[in-house]
Design a protein around this ligand. Sequence first.
Ligand code: PLP
Ligand code: COI
Length: 363
Amino acid sequence: MTNTEWLFTQETHPRLATTAEVTALLANPGFGRVFTDHMVTVRWNEAKGWHDAMVESRKPFLLDPACAALHYAQQIFEGMKAYRGADGDILMFRPLENAHRFQRSAARMAMTPVPDSLFLAAVEALVKIDKHWVPEGDGSLYLRPFMFGSETFLGVRPSLEYIFCVIASPVGPYFKNGDSAVTVWVSDEYTRAAPGGTGAAKCGGNYAASLLAQSQATANGCDQVVFLDAVEHRWVEELGGMNVFFCMADGTLVTPPLSGTILPGITRSSVIDLARREGMTVEERPYSFDQWCADIASGQLREVFACGTAAVIAGVGRIRHVGGELVIADGAVGPVTTRIRDLLTGIQRGRLEDTESWVHHLT
Ligand code: PLP
Ligand code: COI
């Protein structure tokens, strides 16, 4: 897509990272620790609408201490990736879906929505100027569009000014053990989102609320926390930063429904489509923690995997909770998980045919 609508003032970083520095940083970037040279910022107020669109050097914001977002957390974000295809092309996966979810998150947080064309133009402008930061091989460039209420005002109401920004971070695997199966902690104490709350929005507050449970998960030797529903503390919802699928002995895939309290993952929706295309039955239905335990004991449950942009497809080998530990199958990544991961990553990286036009080539 060619951007003809939005004009970005472009400032090249006065001291760009050298090729040697970029190469060294891309060798082992980890997740979310390394950043590219530039960022995109666009501002909104009632008088000017979206204005001051800039591709600029990545640098700290100058914010008034009374900046609305610092007090009432009017903030949303997205997570998406740019990949380097086999022929050197830069590819993005379903970026319009991120634009749409960003608009839904904005609506829930009473913020001004960013139009599709601006969202895509901003992301593309950043990837283009920093394209030498897109890793080869299994790595990717993680893109983090975000927006916050930037008005200097302590009254509690929607901000009258917003800053929309995109930053980029070359990343490797999200989990420290790479593609090995992860261990999850089921929290019986904390919940993530209640009916009528903000669970379906990608807003920072949801993650702030998950951190204590995530710390407990870490203290118990687990990689991620599994949240149960807020009303009955019974139904599996999702992990702190990813959706979850259960593979049954009869080949059915089960995943919790989009009830308004979980994030509608773009990976989740893609997995559902891919699995159905593979001839699998996919059921979006409530699944309880008790049933999860019973299905492990009876052998009905064969595999569990988590999915999301950062995590890709991560097999879950063990669950821990206050009552002890359960091992799923033999604790390894199973064949269905591997098949779905190969299909998804194959399409994302241009190795497999993109029959649904999910892949966006940067021109
Ligand atoms: N659920 C939560 C809470 C997340 O943070 C994420 C990550 O973005 C997901 C699910 C998966 O969403 P997606 O597949 O769009 O990255
Ligand atoms: C993502 O997958 O993009 C997320 O925002 C999840 C987070 C755990 C990094």
